[in-house]
Design a protein around this ligand. Structure first.
Ligand code: 3IX
Length: 185
């Protein structure tokens, strides 16, 4: 039997407001890749999305993702799972502004318009607030320009974790990589 999810990413009214970290990158700063082999942003990933994200004001991030033939689900159209990955990446980038390591707990996606190959999605994410270790966020992707038609929308819950989450569950990281995770968020 397959059990459905038990949670929702819809945010409640009583969240603690988001606080931009005093050392957050200034609005307009292109954010670094958090991991060179990341399928979302890693420059070393052979087939990754190669996304570039930028810090915005408050606790917001923007990004772009160009849909290529490698991302198709149907002829000439983007695969929904790939689009969810792009949303996950831009939402995850909020970590840089909050300076907290976090992992995706839940990602809800509305697919509103088909996204043809050749589209450059203009993505945006905003932190809505916190409830304990839960960070609630919303995101969207517009066709080709930041004021283009909305193609995808997301609501997400990220859960703040310690760096041991990655060292205990993931592959061995060099001391330098662990240090990067500690200082970069
Ligand atoms: C690849 C990750 C990279 C992250 C790098 C970090 C820093 C680097 C800097 C910047 C990053 C920049 C960009 C990042 C771009 C993309 C990021 C992609 C992120 C991912 O792609 S990441 C992979 C997919 N992700 C997972 O692999 C998670 C698997 N999972 C677990 O590892 C555990 O499940 C965990 C840790 C989530 C919780 O476990 P736990 O034992 O620590 O804590 P616990 O269960 O007590 O939950 C504590 C509170 O969170 C609530 N909560 C728990 N789960 C929830 C859920 N699903 N939905 C809603 N709320 C949830 C509870 O209800 C409780 O809430 P309360 O405290 O209020 O009761």
């Amino acid at each position: 039997m397959i059990e459905p999810p038990v949670r929702s990413a819809a945010h409640r009214a009583d969240l603690d407001p988001p606080e931009r970290h005093p050392e957050a990158p200034a609005p307009g700063t292109v954010l670094p890749s958090h991991y060179a082999d990341c399928v979302g942003c890693g420059p070393n990933h052979p087939t990754g999305l190669r996304m570039v994200t930028t810090a915005g004001p408050d606790v917001t991030v923007t990004g772009t993702f160009t849909v290529t033939a490698a991302h198709q689900g149907a002829p000439g159209l983007a695969h929904g799972g790939v689009l969810a990955t792009a949303l996950d990446e831009v939402l995850g980038g909020l970590s840089w502004l909050l300076r907290k390591p976090m992992v995706t707990g839940r990602l809800e996606t509305d697919y509103i318009r088909p996204v043809p190959v050749g589209t450059t999605l203009a993505l945006a994410a905003r932190c809505v607030g916190f409830s304990g270790r839960r960070m609630y966020a919303k995101g969207q992707g517009r066709l080709d320009t930041p004021d283009g038609p909305i193609a995808i929308r997301a609501a997400a819950v990220f859960v703040v974790v310690g760096v041991e989450h990655f060292t205990e569950h993931g592959a061995d990281m060099t001391a330098e990589q662990v240090h990067d995770y500690e200082v970069n968020p």
